[in-house]
Design a protein around this ligand. Structure first.
Ligand code: GAL
Length: 389
């Protein structure tokens, strides 16, 4: 090797950009006080012989997301607290084996994953479209949950890192006609971006070649303190109504007022403040596991929920144009899974905020429609915005 070739390699190693795909560096005249926005890639294991990669996205302010192309899973998300200390605010595993283990598949928490073709439940695993009855895979008692036995959370997506001032990862998946019982070849794209406003943004689009139903969402479990239970987190949800459920967590069809119930989060309230009240809906969910009807015109991007964690000062805002928000307080976590750093995930150690259409919409003609037809494009943008106070 010539001296000049060696010098180039050494320079690359020192810059630490060996696997950096599309790094955006500050102009050389500017002081390097802020880290540059970057995206890098490394192998994370194999699933059924297919390579799974881990992509590390970092924005210019230090916000860092590690995302794999298996299930589009957000493996870690490092966010600053009020003292500027970065900490991981999502539940998950250090390696692919954690996501493939029999215990994980059995308890099915969907840590950090993209959810599809239908987020949440479809009652009795059946729906009728254009006069035809479709029977879906039943994977939650009699019901169909989060796309079935092998939903979008359990497939390897094709990945493409995008070069821009903000790092993005574009994921593609073709869900074939008949997969898990759904009609139509559905071509899905999900783009993750870390914006310079300290947001993790997910932009979904999908097209079909036959009439079908679609409801895509994201399933990170947040814990803004990075430890313990989430009962002290203060939640605001911009909703005057929610959709009560039956004992199998299928909406009854009613839109019920939250006023004077433990479901009223119109003013910030600690998750734990009312979660153990004697209330039939809380019993059915083992806590909060319901869809809130967001107070804004469908199709208008806006703040659905805000969560504040007092010890760290971290604030999470959830934005989307979807009509509903599933707020799930981690009631099925039971201490069987050991995650990152040896943390054993106990009851209510994380919560999910899933912007989406209402559960069981294909069987509820009065709920906003989830039907997608050929020639139309499904769109859903979800933003998780972080700040401190
Ligand atoms: C949530 C759902 C819960 C539970 C959880 C996964 O989205 O509302 O009922 O299924 O996913 O464990």
């Amino acid at each position: 090797m010539t001296m000049s070739a060696k010098a180039i390699i050494v320079a690359i190693l020192i810059a630490g950009t060996l696997s950096c795909i599309g790094c955006t560096s500050a102009p050389p005249t500017q002081p390097q006080s802020k880290p540059a926005a970057t995206i890098s890639k490394e192998p994370f294991g194999t699933k059924e012989g297919i390579q799974v990669d881990l992509y590390t996205l970092r924005n210019a302010k230090g916000l860092e997301a590690r995302i794999i192309n298996y299930g589009g899973i957000v493996v870690s998300l490092k966010v600053a607290d009020r003292n500027g200390q970065f900490g991981d605010v999502v539940l998950g595993f250090d390696n692919l084996d954690g996501y493939l283990s029999p215990d994980f598949i059995k308890s099915n928490p969907y840590f950090g994953a993209l959810i599809g073709r239908y987020g949440n439940r479809i009652g009795k695993s059946k729906f009728t479209l254009d006069g035809k009855v479709y029977t879906l895979a039943a994977n939650n008692g009699p019901n169909h949950l989060h796309g079935g036995i092998k939903g979008f959370d359990k497939v390897v997506w094709e990945a493409r890192p995008l070069q821009d001032e903000e790092p993005s990862l574009e994921l593609h998946y073709l869900s074939k006609d008949g997969e898990e019982g759904y009609p139509g070849n559905l071509t899905v794209t999900a783009v993750y971006t870390l914006t310079n406003d300290n947001e993790l943004k997910i932009e979904f689009t999908a097209v079909t070649d036959k009439d079908t139903v679609v409801n895509l969402t994201h399933h990170s479990y947040f814990n803004l303190a990075g430890k313990g239970d989430i009962l002290g987190h203060e939640v605001m949800i911009n909703a005057n109504k929610f959709t009560p459920v039956d004992s199998t967590l299928i909406p009854t069809g009613e839109l019920r007022a939250v006023a004077a119930t433990p479901f009223d989060f119109t003013s910030p309230t600690a998750i734990g403040a009312r979660i153990n009240q004697d209330n039939e809906q809380l019993k059915f969910g083992k806590g909060y596991d319901h869809n809130w009807v967001i107070n804004k015109p469908a199709g208008e991007l806006g703040v659905m929920a805000r969560v504040y964690e007092p010890t760290s000062g971290r604030v999470l805002e959830v934005l989307s144009a979807e009509p509903g928000l599933q707020f799930y307080s981690g009631n099925f976590l039971d201490g069987t899974l050991k995650g990152k750093g040896g943390w054993v995930y106990q009851f209510r150690n994380g919560f999910c905020m899933e912007p989406q259409h209402y559960p069981d919409s294909p069987n509820k003609p009065d709920f906003p429609s989830v039907v997608l037809k050929p020639g139309e494009t499904y769109k859903n943008t979800i933003i998780y915005r972080f700040s401190t106070k």
